[in-house]
Each structure stands twice: as structure tokens, then as C-alpha cells.
Design a protein. Structure first.
Length: 269
């Protein structure tokens, strides 16, 4: 691995300049109890100058197939990558966001499929199966239907995992920035993330609001720290009668795909 700097208890690989703002962001994460030396921070230049990922920032762990691609790109540039997990961040805001993904992964323990965020947010939202007819804007206006079959649950669960993971990282970023609200409420089921979903229709559970989601998640961050948070149970019935059967099937399918990918690449699963 290329040489790293020790900044406020973190290991930082400086491909780009470590600005004062970035240094302060690292210090803020440490001050809030989220130091973890197992995850190297790769500080890159902003935008297309990053040259490492297709996006400005990215959290990369061993179970993510894209991790090997990024590591190969780094080696092609003469940079020996750290072993995963590591994250790529050009700036302070991105660092907060990607560290949120790391916390979600860390708190999930050995369950790389049903992450902490997937379980946590199931207690605030309900999901329905969206109709597929028409354009995205037209689908958004449709009420969706109750999940009644395993096929419905399978269609929804992958999109739910992505939504929950991003919401967790957004709220962690927001909390680190001092709970400054975004121009678009990331907790609102009608926000951009849910509109982009093809299969999933989101709504709050009865008596739940954006403020409930935000404040309870902030309280979770305040009470926990880098290495500990009790893994919540998935809400029973979240995916109808098929919740746990579908999640078990997803685990098995994902494990099989990862093993096949690792075998083809000559790496360990």
C-alpha cells in the first residue's frame, strides 16, 4: 500500500491536496466518536480530476465487485491501493457522506445483504409495488399495490436497499455538517430517489413524518460510535408475508454471484 498520513487518528492516502477544510472534516468525524483506522481515506482531486472512480466519491468494501476495478485503476496509475474497506473523497462533504456508508457497513456486522440501514428505515416507511405502465412521472402518480407475492417483494427489495443506504449516508452527512437541511428533504418519500425507482413506491408509516426519521436517526448517531450500534430487526411484514424468505433468497443469490465473480477473477470471494 502507498504511504498514508496519520490525520486525527485516521489513515489518509493523499492523492490530492489535503486542504484545511478536509482536515477539519476528518477532525470532526473523530470528535464525534467515529474514528476507525481499518478504513483508509483516499483524498483525491475534485471532479473528473479524481481519475479513480466514475463518481467523485465512493465507499468500497471487499464484497463490492467494483472495488477490484478501482484497485486496478489505481495500480495502473502507479498507486498501490490499500486493502478494502477504503473510501475515495475529493472534499469534506463527500467525506462525510462516504463515511456514512462505512458506518452503515460496519454496523451491519457480517450481514452484507440486509444492512443496518435496510433494517432501521423499515420501521419508518412502507413499500408498495409500483405499476410499470407509462413514463416515470406517470408511474409516480399511481398509488402502487400491496406486496402480495414473492415476485413483488423481489422487485422491490433491491431498490429499497439502495434507497435506505443512500438515506443513511445523507443523514450522516447532514448530522456531521451540523444538521443543516438540504434544499430537498432526503427523508420525504416523494424526493428524487423514490421518483427514480422503477418498482418501489414509498410512503411513511402511519404517524411518521420526515422530522421523526431525521431526529431519531440523529439520536442514533449521537448515542452510538464507530464500532457499536445494536443491529435492529427488520420490521415484520415489511415485504408482506414474504419478508424473511425473500431476504434469505437474496443472501444466497448474492453469495453465489460473488463467488462466481471471484472465481472468474481469481480472487477470494
Amino acid at each position: 500500500m502507498s504511504a498514508t498520513l496519520d490525520i486525527h487518528g485516521f489513515r489518509v492516502l493523499p492523492i490530492g491536496r489535503v486542504s484545511r477544510e478536509f482536515n477539519q472534516a476528518v477532525r470532526r468525524i473523530a470528535a464525534r466518536g467515529y474514528t476507525d483506522r481499518s478504513c483508509v481515506i483516499i483524498k483525491t482531486n475534485a471532479g473528473p480530476d479524481s481519475g479513480i472512480t466514475h463518481a467523485g466519491g465512493r465507499y468500497l468494501h471487499a464484497a463490492n465487485p467494483y472495488t477490484q476495478t478501482v484497485m486496478a485503476i489505481m495500480r495502473d496509475k502507479g498507486i498501490e491501493p490499500p486493502p478494502p474497506p477504503f473510501l475515495v473523497a475529493p472534499g469534506a462533504t463527500t467525506l462525510f457522506h462516504e463515511w456514512g456508508h462505512h458506518v452503515d457497513h460496519l454496523w451491519s456486522g457480517h450481514d452484507n445483504i440486509v444492512h443496518f440501514s435496510v433494517r432501521w428505515f423499515s420501521h419508518f416507511y412502507e413499500v408498495r409495488r409500483r405499476a410499470l405502465a407509462g413514463r416515470a412521472s406517470r408511474r409516480q402518480m399511481q398509488p402502487g399495490r400491496t406486496i402480495k407475492t414473492a415476485a413483488d417483494a423481489v422487485d422491490v427489495v433491491v431498490e429499497w436497499r439502495r434507497f435506505a443506504s443512500e438515506l443513511f449516508a445523507m443523514l450522516f452527512e447532514d448530522w456531521m455538517r451540523g444538521a443543516k437541511r438540504f434544499s430537498v428533504d432526503s427523508c420525504d418519500p416523494q424526493n428524487l430517489l423514490s421518483r427514480e425507482a422503477i418498482f418501489m413506491k414509498l410512503a411513511f408509516l402511519s404517524s411518521v413524518s420526515s422530522d421523526d426519521v431525521r431526529h431519531k436517526t440523529y439520536a442514533l448517531f449521537e448515542a452510538a460510535h464507530a464500532s457499536s450500534a445494536e443491529l435492529p430487526e427488520m420490521r415484520d411484514g415489511f415485504l408482506g408475508h414474504h419478508t424473511f424468505a425473500v431476504l434469505d433468497s437474496l443472501r444466497r443469490a448474492t453469495d453465489r454471484i460473488r463467488a462466481e465473480t471471484a472465481s472468474a477473477d481469481g480472487t477470494s470471494p
